[in-house]
Design a protein around this ligand. Structure first.
Ligand code: NDP
Length: 349
């Protein structure tokens, strides 16, 4: 059995979902009630791999909502309680989805292993970031050429370059894909400089400097809702992979020359008998899901019951290759642009 720990994308959505599930008290409740609400085991479902293997999974809603991010104690308690529930249910491997892995890392929850009577076993949990990083790189490699962008000549900006996912994406794009130049964007300059040295190249730029130069932009930072981007200042064409959370770039910059693709999303080969993706604004919620959730499924399919993605900046290219091969084997594909239609061939009688 694998597990997925997630949350709604807003307080409003969380209340709507609670109503759907018949949890009337939560549906009517104010944020303070939600702050003290325990995690909910929402559903158990099955999925069958392209190989024919069937596994069972469980979705646990942590009852966290992004409006709680500023409440340190609440946010940490939500993540810890959901992890405790997953372990008590005997789940082998559980992915920390959405903000839960970021809260775990940013608030250093690895220091707090004892939750009431439960000693959390880290090998039962994964952030899912290795698969997410691999999927994002594949989205770049598969879709840039479709827009006429030759990656060996392209400049690729990575916004959030020093993060767990961002640094892995940078390593892959420079060493495996062979992009012409990486533009490294984040706020803390020393970490950027350390990354640049590790990569043996790349240029550290501000967001404003990087955007007009970039043929491809990979967003792997949670950016403020107020960020505004001038579509006219971007390269034509420009491919944007919106890997951050929430995914809201398309409404801001998509235009005739700027193509925005939801990053870190995979599509499964068969329908999955679950309801949970309905709220995640996937165009095909029966088959599409976050790559971090898919990592827990892959670890269960393969019997790799280990914290495959854990800590910060530990993702190796070998681990990306390993999870990527499993992803293809079991029937996941990275979300891509619609295939460009081949020009009609005129038939001469
Ligand atoms: P990290 O916290 O490890 O990294 C965040 C990165 O973003 C850091 O480089 C940070 O550097 C940078 N950053 C943060 N704020 C800004 C800003 N305002 N401007 C520029 N850079 C910024 O996060 P992860 O790598 O774990 O996750 C990255 C994103 O991916 C998150 O938004 C997460 O929700 C999303 N995610 C998506 C998944 C999916 O779609 N399948 C799965 C998992 C995660 P600095 O602090 O120096 O600015």
């Amino acid at each position: 059995m694998f597990g997925l720990i997630g949350h709604s994308s807003s307080f409003r959505d969380a209340r709507l979902k609670a109503r759907d599930l018949g949890l009337e008290e939560l549906a009517e409740g104010e944020l303070d009630l939600w702050c003290s609400a325990p995690p909910q085991l929402v559903e158990t479902f099955e999925l069958t791999s392209a190989t024919g293997q069937t596994i069972q999974g469980t979705y646990i809603d942590s009852c966290f909502v992004p409006e709680m991010l500023s409440r340190f104690k609440t946010a940490t308690r939500k993540v810890q309680n959901a992890m405790e529930l997953a372990q008590k249910k005997g789940i082998n491997i559980t992915a920390l989805g959405g903000f839960t892995s970021i809260i775990f890392e940013n608030f250093n929850l690895a220091k707090f292993q004892q939750i009431r009577a439960t000693l959390l076993q880290w090998e039962r949990f994964t952030t899912g970031n290795t698969h997410t990083a691999w999927v994002i790189c594949r989205q770049v490699e598969q879709n840039a050429p479709r827009l006429g962008i030759d990656l060996t000549k392209a400049k690729v900006a990575v916004v959030g370059a020093t993060g767990d996912i961002g640094s892995a994406v940078c390593r892959w794009l420079s060493r495996r894909t062979g992009v012409a130049e990486l533009l490294l964007v984040a706020r803390q300059q020393q970490r950027l400089e350390d990354l640049r040295q590790e990569l043996g190249g790349g240029r550290v730029l501000s967001l404003e400097e990087a955007l007009p130069e970039a043929d491809v932009v990979v967003w792997v930072a949670s950016l403020p809702q107020t960020l505004s981007i001038e579509a006219e200042s971007l390269r034509k064409p420009c491919l944007m992979i919106d890997g951050g959370y929430p995914k809201n770039l398309d409404t801001r910059v998509a235009s005739e020359h700027v193509t925005v693709l939801k990053g870190g999303i995979v599509e499964f080969v068969r329908d999955i008998g679950w309801q949970m993706m309905e709220m995640a604004e996937m165009s095909n919620p029966r088959r599409q899901l976050f790559a971090c959730f898919a990592e827990a499924m892959l670890l269960e399919f393969e019997g790799w019951h280990t914290n495959f993605s854990w800590g910060r900046n530990n993702i190796t290219l070998e681990a990306m290759e390993q999870i990527g091969a499993a992803s293809i084997r079991h029937g996941f594909s990275a979300l891509g642009l619609e295939p460009v239609e081949a020009p009609a061939i005129a038939l001469v009688a």
